[in-house]
Design a protein around this ligand. Structure first.
Ligand SMILES: Cc1cc2nc3c(=O)[nH]c(=O)nc-3n(C[C@H](O)[C@H](O)[C@H](O)COP(=O)(O)OP(=O)(O)OC[C@H]3O[C@@H](n4cnc5c(N)ncnc54)[C@H](O)[C@@H]3O)c2cc1C
Length: 391
């Protein structure tokens, strides 16, 4: 057993929440110890080069996008950017479809050319009038009607969450845009780009920026709280774990990733499907909404990273029930789960020397930019409270 050491801030979790706070506090002169139970920094945004030489996102694809110039400016201190127009498709009824739904999708559905006016009229006839959609089924059928809902959303959502869309918050499917034109971009944010040398390189530069950050990998919270005394704890792990599951474990959804790599020779036979040499499928992400297919999507991240490499790697994503000890990827976006979290949130609010930050500690799905924004705000709050050590 090592002797207890002293630090100013003990930070649990080396994902965006923990690393951003550590960087900000260390820049102000405070000593920060960052620990993570994993063997690497970066949390779920971690990327690495696989055996085929392809840069892959180990915990599922991470498409960076934001409308916040402040967050872009902050991250740009640690990385340059590779601009990306993220594209996805859907595969159903034995063919690829343009997705999110746009005029091209409508033409594919009709099997002939059309125009915005015909598409708008068709949608008007399909839509189920619902003034205030209360769940994911209502939000989609009120936008595109039942047929496209069943084709693209119902099965995908059931597989992803093992809950019917009518039992999920409206925001789950409401996040996906519907376009009357031929705009095929998946996302709507102004800034869409990946760190030029990958996320892991970005995290490395962030943590090296100030001398005050010490990182310990393969260390979990239970061990860390014995090894370090601190004036303030920043916790970005799961809030139910912090409180020893006092009210029982919160529900999560987990994932299994299955990667497959292809050499340039193997890819030659896929050129007609992919539409360009060196790739396996026609877009970065293809959704598989049909229930007969056990996975929800196949991601070929090389489309987005722009990496110049002959081989490629695709990753199939299988949603699964979460068991204690496994990665809790997604909090469940449903009213019963929010209610269970509220009991922990009330306990957390009484811990004055602890900050609960990030997606697990606040039990909510956040995109990376939202977590970075949350972490910057918390670092500012801590600096107002404790002041700056920098001279
Ligand atoms: C499959 C998937 C795809 C995603 N795609 C996107 C996307 O395209 N774009 C986007 O913006 N966002 C995406 N996200 C969300 C993104 O992953 C999060 O916004 C971001 O990772 C949150 O950062 P965080 O620091 O809160 O959590 P994490 O990245 O999960 O980091 C938390 C860290 O804490 C560590 N930890 C937890 N408990 C303990 C403990 N007890 N002791 C020690 N260490 C502990 C964990 O090991 C982990 O490394 C995706 C998420 C998933 C699951």
């Amino acid at each position: 057993m090592q002797a207890e050491a002293q630090t100013d801030f003990l930070i649990i979790g080396a994902g965006f929440a923990g690393c951003v706070i550590a960087e900000r506090l260390a820049a102000a002169g405070w000593k920060c110890v960052v620990v993570d139970r994993r063997a690497h920094v970066g949390g779920n945004a971690y990327d690495e080069t696989d055996a085929a030489g392809v840069l892959v996102h180990r915990y599922g694809p991470h498409y960076f996008r934001t409308n916040s110039q402040r967050i872009v400016a902050y991250l740009s201190r640690f990385t340059d950017w590779h601009a990306v127009a993220y594209t996805i498709k859907s595969f159903a009824r034995g063919r690829y479809w343009s997705f999110p739904i746009n005029l091209n999708t409508f033409e594919e559905y009709l099997g002939r050319p059309s125009g915005e006016a015909e598409f708008a009229g068709w949608l008007d006839a399909q839509r189920v009038p619902i003034d205030h959609p209360r769940n994911s089924e209502e939000v989609v059928i009120s936008q595109v009607g039942r047929e496209l809902y069943e084709l693209f959303f119902e099965g995908y959502t059931l597989k992803q969450w093992q809950r019917h869309p009518r039992d999920l918050d409206a925001a789950v499917c409401g996040r996906i845009p519907l376009r009357m034109n031929r705009d095929e971009r998946y996302l709507t944010e102004e800034f869409q780009a990946l760190p030029e040398r990958g996320y892991t390189a970005l995290f490395g530069r962030m943590l090296e920026a100030s001398a005050g950050v010490e990182v310990h990998l393969g260390v979990d919270f239970a061990e860390a709280r014995k090894r370090w005394r601190c004036r303030h704890l920043v916790f970005s792990g799961a809030v139910d774990e912090y409180f020893d599951y006092r009210f029982g474990p919160l529900p999560y959804r987990s994932l299994r990733f299955e990667a497959e790599s292809f050499s340039a020779g193997q890819l030659a036979q896929r050129a007609a499907v992919a539409g360009k040499p060196g790739f396996w499928q026609p877009a970065m992400q293809v959704n598989y909404p049909e229930l007969a297919v056990p996975f929800t999507r196949i991601v070929e991240i090389k489309h987005a990273t722009g990496q110049q490499v002959d081989a490629t790697t695709i990753v199939r994503e299988f949603p699964k029930e979460w068991q204690r000890g496994e990665e809790p990827y997604y909090p469940i976006p449903a009213p019963d789960a929010h209610a269970a979290f509220q009991r922990y949130a009330t306990l957390a609010s009484t811990e004055s020397q602890v900050s609960f930050v990030g997606r697990l500690a606040t039990y909510r799905y956040y995109n990376m930019d939202q977590v970075i924004g949350m972490a910057l705000a918390e670092a500012e709050r801590l600096l107002r409270r404790y002041g700056s050590q920098a001279t």
